[in-house]
Design a protein around this ligand. Structure first.
Ligand SMILES: [Ca+2]
Ligand SMILES: [Ca+2]
Length: 140
């Protein structure tokens, strides 16, 4: 009963059959383990049976979402209509299920010139942009 690499992740008590872990687990490194267990009788000419056990590692939320880029730059025409989506940002999370589901939001701005679609990451114009305001704010 060995993993593919050298050190076994589990041991088994030869008499009780209790399987014990020998290490901590990280789902993002290895999601499942398959081990084979044999049962051998103690006859002079022993007979053997084999069973296979698959262990799935359940996820823990131990990864932050990460943006593909930490900085984006975009030149927007001052007459861009309200409602125009112009830039999509993406963050990825190595976890699984709800631990990896991402919601986007724009941090405080007054007025709210831009909004982001919470599920798609598309940023759109939410408030008319005048040349003056654009100069004042200098971007997102
Ligand atoms: Ca996560
Ligand atoms: Ca995880």
């Amino acid at each position: 009963m060995h993993r593919e690499d050298a050190s076994p992740a589990f041991t088994i008590d030869a008499y009780t059959g209790v399987i014990t872990t020998t290490q901590s687990f990280d789902r993002e490194k290895q999601r499942e383990y398959t081990i084979s267990v044999t049962a051998t009788d103690q006859a002079q000419e022993p007979l053997i049976s084999v069973c296979q056990i698959t262990i799935f590692v359940a996820d823990v939320n131990d990864n932050d979402p990460k943006f593909e880029n930490s900085h984006y730059q975009y030149f927007l025409r001052e007459d861009t209509p309200v409602g125009t989506s112009f830039l999509r940002i993406t963050a990825l999370d190595d976890d699984q299920g709800v631990n990896a589901a991402i919601t986007y939001s724009v941090i405080h701005q007054q007025p709210e010139y831009f909004q982001i679609n919470p599920s798609t990451g598309w940023i759109y114009v939410n408030y008319p942009i005048s040349k003056t305001l654009w100069k004042m704010k200098g971007g997102i």
